[in-house]
Design a protein around this ligand. Structure first.
Ligand SMILES: *Cc1c(COP(=O)(O)O)cnc(C)c1O
Length: 409
């Protein structure tokens, strides 16, 4: 399938949103009037620096010397052999500093904050992963960092709360409503609205109002650019299939963006959780339809009134009722296929990769591995490149408590 393309050129940005930030019918900028000015400023600043040689040079330097990039591509031979079928390769974002891909866009956002002369970065966090990545970037750049987190999540994610505090961030407990991610977003937005002169809001995925889906995608493109070149160097070819898990969709768009013009099948894997009932999963593309959440339009799991539905996944980085607008666009364009993997499939893949390859994946990433195993058996031959978005250290408590150390291997 994936014949080598004639010219060995990296594809340029494939899908640029229009001036209002729309990818086809999705995206845009649905903001309270007082934030329109500040967001226009962010957009303007980003367009100034995106092609600026010194900004790019500094980001490159940091990626190499601070984050440890490029992260390798690894041929999971044992896993592939045991599974039968296509050969599975992993892009090792678990080896990026802080243990996941999120630092790629946090370093970019913090560098932008510095360029704009802001003193402070503000964000929400659910499980704490985005909070830790942003606190890391803020520590590096000498910026203040304020992370809003639901009181329930603070209780559940104590190690990440300590990490953020160690890195010098202020963690603001949010005690309204269900005291989880959605309330944390509202609270962070309000804090930003009250202080947009000094601060910048830093979103944790390719979601939110324009220009964040564009900006975060561009900062994550490094994953795909590296992986495409590394895979080609290893095999002399392109992969037949590229897979990644999709929460908001930043790690997936990061790797997909380099392959959009290639004869490569792209698959995004969403969490099916405990099953198909409302509140038991977060498979937005499969069960959602067009709606608005957090200032942008996308596929959305929602009730009749358009309110976001409750969502669930064992992987807390995936349980978001919306999804990035570019993914929504790529689904409708037929360029990317979106499928779902359940908690049980995630668990089996988690144990298999740990036991047979010596790589403990994040539960989010294990969803992508789970579907890749199924796909590899269907394909019988060929190659699949999976974006292993993060490492599983953060999931130890959950795994041991729910599944033990044995696992069905
Ligand atoms: C946060 C997170 C995700 C989900 O976020 P995306 O924006 O969909 O990539 C996936 N994997 C890991 C390890 C994460 O921390």
């Amino acid at each position: 399938m994936a014949e080598q393309t004639d010219t060995w050129q990296l594809p340029q940005r494939q899908t640029v949103p229009d001036e209002s930030g729309f990818f086809g019918a999705f995206g845009g900028q649905f903001l309270p009037p007082q934030l329109e000015g500040p967001f226009a400023e962010i957009t303007k600043a980003y367009h100034e620096i995106e092609n600026d040689a010194s900004f790019i040079a500094e980001l490159r330097y940091l990626r190499k010397h601070f984050q440890g990039r490029p992260t390798p591509v690894y041929h999971a031979r044992t896993l592939s052999l045991l599974n039968g079928g296509a050969q599975i390769y992993l892009k090792r974002e678990d080896l990026n500093h802080t243990g996941a891909h999120k630092l790629n866009h946090c370093m970019g956002e913090a560098l932008l904050a510095k360029y704009m002369g802001k003193k402070k970065v503000i964000a929400e966090t659910g499980a704490g992963q985005h909070g830790v990545a942003l606190a890391t970037a803020a520590a590096h750049f000498g910026l203040e960092c304020e992370i809003h987190m639901g009181a329930v999540d603070i209780e559940k994610q104590a190690p990440n709360v300590s990490r953020m505090q160690l890195l010098g961030a202020t963690v603001v407990p949010v005690t309204r409503g269900l005291q989880t991610l959605k309330e944390a977003v509202d609270s962070a937005f309000e804090a930003y609205m009250a202080d947009y002169e000094n601060s910048i809001y830093c979103i944790g995925s390719v979601v939110g109002p324009h220009p964040f889906p564009l900006m975060v995608r561009d900062f994550q493109r490094v994953v795909g650019i590296e992986a495409r070149e590394q895979f080609h160097e290893m095999t002399g070819n392109l992969p037949d299939v590229v897979e990644a898990c999709v929460g908001g969709g930043s790690n997936a768009i990061g790797i997909f963006s380099a392959f959009l013009n290639d004869p490569v099948e792209l698959i995004g894997v969403e969490p099916l959780g405990r099953g198909t009932a409302v509140g038991d999963h977060a498979a937005t593309m499969t069960y959602g339809h067009e709606g608005i959440i957090h200032g942008f339009k996308c596929y959305l799991l929602q009730d009749e009134a358009g309110e976001p539905s409750p969502v669930y996944s064992c992987a807390s980085g995936l349980d978001y009722p919306g999804v990035g607008p570019e993914h929504s666009y790529l689904k409708d364009a037929g360029r990317v296929q979106y499928v779902a993997a359940s908690d049980d499939e995630c668990r089996d893949a988690f144990f298999l990769l740990s036991r047979k390859e010596g790589i403990i994946p994040a539960l989010e990433s294990a969803h992508a591995v789970a579907h890749a195993l199924v796909k590899a058996r269907e394909m019988k031959t060929g190659t699949i490149l999976v974006n292993l978005s993060g490492r599983g250290d953060k999931d130890m408590d959950y795994v041991i408590k729910n599944w033990g150390t044995g696992g069905p291997v």
